[in-house]
Design a protein around this ligand. Structure first.
Ligand code: DQA
Length: 146
């Protein structure tokens, strides 16, 4: 099964960006981690990153049309993009929201997720391992559907 692992703005700068908050793993390392875990789980994890809201929404439409499960780190869009939320509401397969940090333990503006209400569930605060846990959640959900 194909799974889209989508990443929002500034996540292309993982590894150099605020390493005290986000760690030193790069996006390339993260992509490799996801592909390896996916393989273990029988999932074909396709990892993408964009700084653009329109591009991200386009990928969500692609997932909606293909009935594909999505693991999504919406990054800053989490906190204010109703356009992204409306796109995500169209998904029929599992959607797992992921965060590297724990937004609930950070600034007030990060305490709101406009995405959480349309996600199957959220995994946050486990560093890049949040993605591994999210892929396991997707595999588990898909296994239960059968
Ligand atoms: C983030 C948390 C967001 O608040 C922030 O804007 C990000 C990354 C995370 O993975 O911890 O860019 O989604």
């Amino acid at each position: 099964t194909r799974v889209l692992v989508l990443n929002g703005p500034n996540l292309g700068r993982l590894g150099i960006r605020e390493p005290d908050v986000y760690g030193t793993t790069t996006l390339a390392d993260l992509a490799e981690l996801c592909r390896a875990e996916g393989e273990r789980l029988g999932l074909d994890a396709e990892v993408r990153q964009t700084d653009g809201e329109a591009e991200l929404i386009g990928w969500v439409h692609e997932a909606a049309d293909g009935r594909l499960p999505v693991v999504l780190n919406p990054a800053a869009f989490t906190h204010y993009s109703y356009g992204l939320r409306d796109a995500l509401a169209q998904l029929t397969a599992p959607l797992v929201e992921v965060h590297i940090s724990n937004p609930a333990a950070r600034e007030e503006f990060r305490h709101t997720s406009v995405v959480a209400g349309v996600a199957t569930g959220t995994i946050a605060g486990f560093g890049v391992n949040s993605y591994v846990l999210a892929l396991r959640a997707v595999a588990d959900l898909l296994a239960r559907e059968r």
